[in-house]
Design a protein around this ligand. Structure first.
Ligand code: ADP
Ligand code: MG
Length: 342
């Protein structure tokens, strides 16, 4: 005889955590995206032992009120969407309302926050999914989330964590990719108490290029072309590397759709085609590109980690990308027709 049972909520959250929280960098991604959604201008990330001992993200965003602290760590509770219609137009990084509940179910979790306009801050601790009572605390407007002993109660996951250096390198890469998406936000990263990275807020394009150089290397700006194209309700901007900036690995490719880093077959194909006759076989272009389009034209609810998107008008997006990049690269193309671009 089979017995069907409803699962306890802690277990439901741990199962959900299995989908999106697979290593320390995925925790950092969720926490920093929350800080960005909260309108933070400064975000500080402190890591100890590659994140296995401590991940702390502090922000100066709008904060969370006392009454909302418990909801923040409840599964399927979010302040970002309220209806199916909102889901169709979602502009925030988060919307599933699952991250904090998932993370808190596989770690020792502490959230301290002060809501804008409030005198006092409050703190909530969760230990492997078990909630402790909310209590008053000291904190400026904004939030701090501290994750200790990630996966301490999930031995199988803990075993899969790599060397401290490897996990930290993943965190650093992730932070760089988020920092490229939000040039106007200051990011600080430290490891085991030592400052590792400081990315100052960039208001102008020139300052923005400094941040690009920090991520893609100091020689990239001089070996790249500025892109700025608009058509059919879409806008493409950023920098594409000249053939001299190409790499033997596809590790310097940043493509953002409405501020979200994505990997997508349609995009990859359009880029490859645009570069086809200017790059040698086995070389990969370097680029930082930002595609902006109506959120209704792109579905981000394809995968829990949201690395994938689905375009409503795939062909249109593909052709727009291809044409913009192909034109920009025209000068570097042997035998290109002069003065026909426009
Ligand atoms: P989601 O981001 O999908 O809404 P999360 O579990 O990541 O789900 O967060 C739940 C809620 O907690 C958010 O909707 C937001 O209201 C609140 N929250 C989380 N982190 C922060 C933060 N750093 N600042 C302000 N609010 C936050
Ligand atoms: Mg979130």
């Amino acid at each position: 005889m089979t017995v069907i049972r409803a699962l306890p909520i802690e277990l439901i959250n741990q199962i959900a955590a299995g989908e999106v929280i697979d290593r320390p960098s995925s925790v950092v991604k969720e926490l920093v995206e929350n800080s960005l959604d909260a309108g933070a201008r400064r975000i500080e990330v402190d890591i100890e032992q590659g994140g296995s001992r401590l991940i702390r993200v502090r922000d100066d965003g709008g904060g969370i009120g006392e009454e909302d602290l418990l909801l923040a760590v409840a599964a399927h509770a979010t302040s970002k969407i309220a209806s199916f219609d909102d889901l169709e137009h979602v502009a925030s990084m988060g919307f599933r309302g699952e991250a904090l509940a998932s993370i808190a179910s596989v770690s020792r979790f502490r959230l301290t926050s002060r809501l804008q306009g409030q005198e006092r801050a409050h703190q909530l601790e969760v230990d492997g999914g078990k909630l402790q009572p909310v209590r008053p605390a000291q904190h400026p407007v904004g939030s701090s989330v501290e994750i200790r002993d990630l996966f301490y109660n999930v031995p199988a996951r803990r075993k899969f964590m790599r060397a401290e250096r490897t996990e930290f390198a993943h965190i650093d890469d992730l932070l760089k990719s988020l920092a490229l998406a939000r040039r106007g936000v200051e990011f600080r990263l430290s490891h085991n108490g030592k400052p590792v990275r400081l990315l100052r807020a960039a208001d102008t394009l020139d300052q923005g290029l400094l941040r690009v150089a920090e991520v893609l290397g100091p020689e990239f700006p001089a070996r790249s072309l500025r892109i700025d194209h608009a058509a059919a309700g879409m806008q493409l901007s950023g920098w594409v590397g000249l053939p001299t900036a190409s790499r033997s690995m596809a590790d310097s490719q940043y493509f953002y759709v409405n501020g979200r880093l994505v990997r997508d077959k349609i995009i990859a194909h359009a880029v490859r085609q645009a570069y086809a006759d200017v790059l040698f076989h086995g070389r990969h272009p370097a680029f930082v590109l930002y595609l902006e389009l109506d959120p209704a034209g792109v579905d981000v609810n394809v995968h829990p980690a949201k690395h994938e998107v689905r375009f409503r008008e795939q062909r249109l997006v593909h052709d727009f990308l291809f044409r913009s990049l192909h034109e920009a690269l025209a000068e570097t193309r042997a035998g290109a027709l002069p003065d026909t671009a426009g």
